[in-house]
Design a protein around this ligand. Structure first.
Ligand SMILES: Nc1nc2c(ncn2[C@@H]2O[C@H](COP(=O)(O)OP(=O)(O)OP(=O)(O)O)[C@@H](O)[C@H]2O)c(=O)[nH]1
Ligand SMILES: [Mg+2]
Ligand SMILES: [Zn+2]
Length: 309
């Protein structure tokens, strides 16, 4: 029997099927996989399961169906891949302007992750808070690159209808740092959903990690996945040499550098660096690139070292 995974906690997965909801374990504890995975199954996965005839509402997952796509990141500590949501039509990246502080580099990483994978919508939530010029500059930068950006306030209701009309009929995963208002926005879109909402701590100006695990829920016009606040995103499956291809604003300059294999770092005659100097590419985007590049190289070294020891 086929089912859609809503969420998983402590290796117990809640799966929705034609015959209702089942709480499932994975048969034999492990599923076949080609890489080290932190979690073999995530919200949005389609799985094959068998009912436990002796225990109504319980079952065993025997197989994970191939994913169309997945939003995943490297789990820093464990050196394995953590998949946050699978089979999505749209990734919604939520930011806040002030509390918690605006984190454009986080969004740049989400955009790298999404490029050639699935479309992204950038949402600046909490627009009832003050928005500075720096934030406006970065937002117009993303818009120039062709990304869709909208402004919302879960508090006043501003932009909620627009958000609703964009995610209607889609499987949309909401990601962002803790406290930016992911759960609040989802509740504003569809009050029946009733996701748990937490505070932003006054002392640290940070969210309090209210949502602890990703949860999929369906509403009348689509499927949404609320995810826990994440601080860091190390993109998965991108080699340092091709990172620049995932930077949408770099694309017009790729292949035009003096070096045929250019990392766009210190090489003379680099067309990307020239574009930064000319103001065609934002300096902040370039510095995001350098940081992600550094992390990818670090990750490669670490994985190599781990294999050898
Ligand atoms: N001023 C203002 N506050 C908001 C807005 N949206 C959410 N909040 C508040 O921000 C705090 C955090 O909201 P949550 O919805 O729990 O944030 P989250 O992104 O789901 O956080 P995690 O689950 O921890 O990742 C709560 O106190 C909300 O009331 C908004 O548009 N404006
Ligand atoms: Mg939440
Ligand atoms: Zn270059």
């Amino acid at each position: 029997m086929r089912g859609l995974v809503h969420y998983g906690i402590n290796n117990i997965y809640t799966v929705n099927t034609e015959d209702g909801i089942f709480e499932c374990r994975i048969k034999g504890k492990k599923l076949k996989s080609d890489r080290k995975e932190y979690n073999p199954i995530c919200s949005g996965d389609w799985v094959e399961l068998i009912k436990d005839e002796n225990h109504p509402g319980k079952g065993m997952i025997t197989e994970r169906h191939d994913r169309e796509n997945a939003f995943a990141r490297w789990n820093r500590k464990r050196a394995n891949v953590q998949t946050i949501a699978a089979n999505i039509d749209l990734l919604v990246c939520i930011l806040s302007p002030e509390s918690p502080p605006f984190r454009p580099r986080f969004a740049d990483r989400v955009l790298v992750n999404a490029e050639d994978n699935f479309p992204v919508l950038i949402v600046l939530n909490k627009i009832d808070q003050e928005i500075d010029d720096e934030t406006e500059r970065r937002i117009s930068g993303w818009m120039k690159m062709g990304y869709e950006v909208i402004r919302t306030s879960a508090k006043t209701g501003y932009g909620v209808d627009q958000l609703k009309s964009i995610i209607e009929g889609k499987t949309a995963a909401f990601v962002g740092q803790s406290g930016v208002g992911k759960s609040s926005l989802l509740n504003a879109v569809e009050p029946g959903l009733n996701f748990r909402v937490g505070d932003v701590s006054e002392k640290f100006n940070k969210g309090t990690h209210t949502t602890c695990f990703a949860v999929l829920d369906s509403w009348k016009d689509g499927i949404i996945i609320d995810t826990p606040g994440i601080k860091e995103i190390d993109p998965v499956g991108i080699e340092p040499e091709i990172l620049s291809h995932f930077m949408r604003d770099f694309k017009p300059y790729l292949g035009k550098c003096a070096h045929s294999v250019c990392m766009h770092r210190d090489e003379p005659g680099c067309a990307v660096k020239q574009a930064v100097e000319d103001g065609a590419v934002l300096e902040e985007r370039y510095s995001s690139y350098l940081r992600i590049l550094q992390d990818l190289e670090h990750r490669l070294k670490l994985n190599k070292y781990r294999k050898e020891t």
